[in-house]
Design a protein around this ligand. Structure first.
Ligand code: EPU
Length: 431
């Protein structure tokens, strides 16, 4: 297995180009199931999760081709509507084939995604929404079977709020299933994330009739069929934020190009609170190096508030800020694995009841640490960039699920980061 070796303290400079959004591309690729036409998806990041999604689609009768960041798909048979456990267990987003399959083929079987390191991730809202359209739901041997009634799904008004607010993939699943339902579906308390809007925009180009995406009420008028599409996925707002924080934590003038500044308002607001200036020019954002950042307070909430996926990277910046920062995690209250690892780097973070209190230290010290999930891994790399000495980040396959050539792109900016085989590294004391 490989790990990253990060030698902290280097100043970065230059421009990094942002890739397509992982969380937009995952459900968008699944719309291939909803048309007999050929689909071309551009700006698809070449990362593990998308490769898994394409494999899932292949098992569902889709022929696909990758060419750089472009994926073309075409349904060649509709015989199998079962998304296999071996693939879904490696990536929970596999569940987003549920709505497209149900809508198009009238049935779907997806293995029930199990627990996840960032916390419990139920799918009750997905199932509640599909049931409201008339789907029958059954569980058997770890699988969920959803079946449309003989006459097909029927539009309905569905309230999709849960105890943590709206759900991105539940909104996606119900919206996709409703595209072919008779009559009108209204999703109340829909997720407003830009990734939901991108999916709705793509479906509309294919012939769907969806309005209101990006607001808490989405209305879908059922249609009979969709055509193929040529669609370019929006830029990844989490990757954009991660690179902005890389600039802030190393106090370096890096420019992040190709992202959407309008999707970054909450992150830019926290950076501003911390005294980090980010200059905007068109779709480019440049971090202006300043002194040591100040502390800040934030709570993660559904879009447009601060994204949970940027919470761990922001923790790294707060770890070296001047003063005490407070982070309240309202989406996944247990998503603080990065904090425990950062303590190994000398960070002073106390976590309890979904809240982290971070007493900023002047300097982190390099140490061996372990990524437990995607965003935790990215955060540890960022912390390593600011630490004195060498940080070894293991289990980087988590990082590679979501960031394309992360270390290579950081290295181009001047970071001293290398990907090496774990076996080639001397075991550190106590590691
Ligand atoms: N929830 C329920 N019931 C459900 C669904 C969700 O209670 O049926 C709860 C969740 O447990 C959570 C909250 O609702 O507390 C929001 O979860 P949501 O359903 O929105 O998450 P998701 O759609 O499964 C997507 C992203 C995640 C991101 C969350 C929140 C994709 C593929 N994944 O997951 O991304 O954290 O939205 O914004 O879009 C990541 O990229 O690292 C990642 C984990």
């Amino acid at each position: 297995m490989d790990c990253y070796l990060v030698d902290g303290g280097a100043k970065l400079s230059g421009t990094v180009q942002i890739n397509g959004s992982k969380n937009a591309a995952l459900p968008i690729l699944a719309v291939s199931l909803m048309t007999a036409g050929r689909c071309t998806f551009r700006n698809v990041p070449v990362i593990r999760d998308l490769q898994t999604q394409v494999k899932i689609l292949n098992t569902l009768g889709i022929e696909s081709q990758w060419d750089g960041h472009t994926v073309t798909t075409k349904v060649v048979d509709t015989y199998n509507s079962v998304a296999p456990y071996e693939l879904v267990k490696t990536m929970r987003a596999g569940v987003c084939v549920l709505g497209p399959l149900l809508g198009m083929r009238g049935q779907a079987t997806v293995s029930l995604p199990g627990g996840c390191v960032i916390g419990e991730r139920p799918i009750d809202l997905h199932l509640k929404g599909l049931a409201a359209l008339g789907a029958e739901i059954a569980f058997d041997q770890g699988n969920i079977h959803v079946t449309a009634p003989r006459g097909g799904l029927t539009g309905a008004t569905v309230y999709l709020g849960g105890k943590f607010g709206s759900s991105v993939l539940a909104t996606d699943n119900v919206m996709c299933a409703a595209v072919f339902a008779k009559g009108v579906t209204v999703i109340e308390c829909a997720a407003c994330e830009p990734e939901v809007v991108d999916l709705a925009d793509c479906l509309n180009i294919m012939g769907a009739k969806i309005t209101g995406a990006g607001s808490p009420r989405i209305t879908i008028h059922g249609v009979k069929r969709l055509r193929g599409v040529d669609w370019s996925v929006i830029p990844d707002r989490i990757e954009t934020a991660t690179f902005l924080i890389a600039g802030a934590i190393t106090q370096s003038p890096i420019t992040v190009a190709g992202g959407r500044p309008d999707h970054q308002l909450a992150v830019l607001d926290v950076l501003r609170q911390m005294g980090v200036e980010v200059k905007r020019h068109g779709n480019k954002m440049t971090v202006v190096p300043g002194g040591r950042p100040k502390s800040a307070e934030l709570a993660t909430l559904p879009y447009p508030a601060f994204p949970t996926d940027v919470q761990s990277p922001m923790l790294a910046l707060m770890a070296i800020a001047n003063g005490t920062s407070i982070v309240t995690e309202r989406i996944y209250p247990d998503r603080f694995m990065a904090a425990a690892e950062m303590k190994r780097l000398g960070a002073n973070i106390a976590v309890s009841n979904g809240q982290a209190v971070i007493q900023g230290v002047e300097r982190l010290q390099g140490a061996p640490v372990m990524a437990s999930d995607l965003r935790c891994g990215a955060a540890l790399v960022l912390a390593g960039l600011a630490a004195q000495g060498q940080t070894r980040v293991s289990r980087i396959y988590h990082v590679e699920r979501g960031y394309e050539r992360f270390e290579e792109r950081l290295r181009k900016l001047g970071a001293r980061i290398h990907r090496v085989s774990e076996e080639s590294v001397e075991p550190a004391a106590g590691a």
